[in-house]
Design a protein around this ligand. Structure first.
Ligand SMILES: Cc1ncc(COP(=O)(O)O)c(C=O)c1O
Length: 386
């Protein structure tokens, strides 16, 4: 990106905290995020410590893990560490739900037909148990109505992604959760495109299960996810993968009693990805110190700017929602007569990193993305369209 003036102290602080902005305009947080300095420092210290002194620091590693468990509930507007399991990825959390429930032949599960495969395949795989999969094509004007219309007496669970990976559409989770409670249906949310981007209050939306991987909006490494579950819903899930680390004193290898605990630790059979734990702990601390309300506002301000500036341009078709309350961090669009891969290549040549999903060019800034980078992207895309 071109830059003619020396940075102001504020710009310098931002560039120190988010080194990516020194060399790139990163508009691809909906895929994989670059690490803030605090995250890479935490991981580097862990890596250097083990290389130099070996796992003598194991006690400290466990403290970092404990800190992550204490801080992570705030992302869900909760305070109880017992309700969050650390699992390998979003898919693992969703599969824990799919494989843990005592499905009966004739039960049904409702989900989004065009959802990311992680939130379709586990439900489709239940056919072997006689469970009816009900994929729903969403009405563009009232997507919640389409999902709720598919719920019937046999429905045990509704599974949605709170923000769609391609269109960026954010669902009205409060409306869905209220209807699920009313019908006695479990409500399971893939929040990988939401957590770390916007606040989430699992009580307000009456969620039962929420899972989100670390490597997108949470600004942390791959290979770790936060899996929140409501205690009463969690009790319905069998422990299908038992293991030593789910017990309160896991190092008591000779214990006679191996009854799985009631806490979400029951979904954690073995050793965690400790490097990722260090990274996620630092990332969660960073997001919470900025405040998730502020993170959400700053991010929506950026997607507002993109939306408002591009919506009025002839030859550009926004495929993401116009309304702020229907959006999170994704703006997607089609440029008349331009192949999205060609548009992407042109952006990349100019140091702007985005993605193509389906027929659309997908732009996903984060709360820290400098506004002049947002303006450059707008200029570039306008030029391509015109
Ligand atoms: C909505 C959604 N769910 C799940 C995933 C993948 O999740 P994981 O690899 O953590 O299982 C993605 C990745 O792009 C996604 O967009």
């Amino acid at each position: 990106m071109e830059n003619h003036l020396p940075p102001s102290p504020g710009e310098q602080r931002l560039a120190d905290s988010f080194p990516i902005i020194q060399r790139h305009a990163w508009f691809n947080h909906a895929a994989i995020s670059p690490w803030p300095a605090a995250v890479s420092s935490a991981m580097q210290a862990y890596v250097a410590g083990n290389a130099k002194d070996g796992p003598i620091g194991y006690g400290h590693w466990l403290q970092v893990e404990r800190r992550l468990r204490e801080r992570a509930p705030a992302l869900f507007s909760q305070s109880c560490a017992d309700d969050i399991a650390l699992v390998a990825n979003t898919s693992t959390g969703l599969n824990r739900v799919a494989h843990g429930l005592d499905w009966q032949p004739g039960d049904s599960v409702v989900f989004m037909a065009n959802d990311f495969p992680s939130n379709r395949l586990p439900w489709e795989a239940l056919a072997r148990l006689g469970v009816e999969a009900r994929p729903v094509t969403l009405d563009a004007h009232d997507p919640e109505r389409s999902l709720l219309a598919a719920i019937g007496p046999s429905t045990r669970l509704l599974a949605v992604s709170s923000v769609h990976y391609e269109t960026g559409r954010r669902l009205d989770l409060t409306r869905l959760g209220e209807a699920c409670s009313r019908h006695g249906v479990l409500f399971c949310i893939d929040a990988i495109q939401h957590l770390g981007a916007l606040p989430l209050d699992v009580d307000a939306i009456e969620a039962d299960f929420v899972v989100a991987g670390s490597h997108k909006w949470l600004l942390a490494p791959e290979g770790l996810a936060l899996f929140w579950s409501r205690p009463e819903a969690r009790a319905l899930l069998d422990v299908v993968e038992p293991g030593w680390r789910m017990f309160p004193d896991p190092f008591n290898f000779a214990r006679p009693d191996w009854t799985a605990p009631a806490s979400a630790c029951r979904f954690e059979p073995g050793t965690l990805n400790t490097a990722a734990v260090h990274g996620l702990e630092a990332a969660v601390s960073l997001l919470l110190s900025h405040g998730m309300k502020q993170v959400g506002q700053d991010l929506l301000d950026r997607t507002d700017l993109l939306t408002e500036a591009l919506d009025s341009v002839p030859g550009i078709w926004l495929t993401s929602p116009i309304e702020r309350e229907r959006r999170a961090g994704i703006v997607s669009l089609v440029i008349d007569g331009i192949d999205p891969e060609r548009a992407l290549a042109q952006l990349t040549l100019n140091g702007i990193h985005a993605a193509v999903r389906g027929r659309c060019l997908r732009l996903s800034p984060h709360f820290y993305t400098p506004l002049d980078q947002v303006e450059s992207v707008i200029r570039m895309i306008r030029k391509m369209a015109g």
